[in-house]
Write a protein that binds this ligand. Structure first.
Ligand SMILES: [Zn+2]
Length: 281
């Protein structure tokens, strides 16, 4: 197909940022830093390799996901602890913050809520930035590895320990319901520690060996009461493949912490979104 005469001129138009961040309410990081200096550990959950586990975090508390034993990426789902219809919205988080998130950015819930569910308060991989391939860590662009895409691409192959299935089993066990009842609640994830990007020439989604090492941690402040589920991806460090038992896999540690309440006197859990919900009717 031939290009129009002004093709180069059209391509040369500079981009504009879709969502200017100057009107986005910014988290008070000094307040969070003061709170995180007073933390008392309240619990921990070890997520086994190629499996998932649920955990709860009250609003105003913190949780940390830490690499232990070896390089491992995790797939994180978040819900309002008492209303599973309010859940993490990776697409809008991506639109607001970019393809990967780090300290000072937030995980937002879907419509009609659209409010911060969690704020990232510490990222030991914050130094990584964007590498020469366009890769970075903690993405909100991938979805979660799942058995349906695996079957599609492997002539009907059956694999039961993709993050989608791991999260489904963990939520089913937590709620005391069947896998079929739990599955519709599973949603697109925050890919914790995963290093991903899009190829510049073909625009394809890529992954590469995660820079995460034992001791690396990603810390969150719970803005609302949270139920979380974390899967230790069967891809391990995602250097080669997922959806199989081929990769070396390791556990992930989730710890919860309570701050001194005095440090949060000026903090309020975010209200539901201000839109009136009438949609012009
Ligand atoms: Zn996975």
């Amino acid at each position: 197909m031939s290009a129009p005469a002004d093709a180069d001129a059209r391509r040369a138009i500079p981009p504009v940022i879709c969502y200017p961040v100057d009107t986005l309410p910014t988290p008070d990081m000094a307040l969070y830093d003061a709170a995180r200096a007073t933390l008392t550990k309240t619990g921990e959950t070890v997520v086994p390799p190629r499996d998932a586990a649920c955990f709860t975090v009250p609003a105003g508390h913190f949780f940390r996901i830490t690499s232990v034993e070896g390089s491992q990426v995790g797939d994180l789902n978040l819900w309002h602890a008492r209303d599973l219809s309010e859940r993490f919205y990776s697409g809008k988080t991506r639109a607001l913050h970019g393809t990967h998130i780090t300290t000072g950015q937030r995980m937002w819930s879907g419509f009609p809520h659209l409010r911060p569910m969690a704020t990232l308060t510490h990222d030991s991989l914050g130094w990584y930035g964007i590498d020469a391939y366009g890769g970075s860590v903690h993405d909100v662009i991938g979805t979660r590895c799942d058995p349906y895409t695996h079957a599609l691409l492997s002539d009907g192959g059956q694999y039961h320990h993709c993050c989608h299935s791991n999260l489904t089993r963990a939520l089913a066990d937590h709620l005391g319901v069947s896998a079929a009842e739990a599955e519709p609640h599973i949603h697109d994830v925050l890919n914790v520690f995963m290093c991903t990007g899009f190829t510049r020439d073909t625009g394809q989604y890529f992954m590469k060996a995660s820079p995460v090492r034992p001791g690396d941690t990603l810390e969150f402040f719970a803005e609302i009461d949270l139920l979380g589920a974390l899967s230790a991806c069967p891809g391990g460090d995602c250097s080669a493949e997922h959806s199989s038992d081929a990769a070396a896999c390791h556990p992930l540690l989730v710890e919860t912490f309570a701050p001194d309440p005095q440090t949060l006197i000026d903090w309020q859990s975010p209200a539901p979104n201000a839109y009136d919900g009438s949609h012009g009717r």
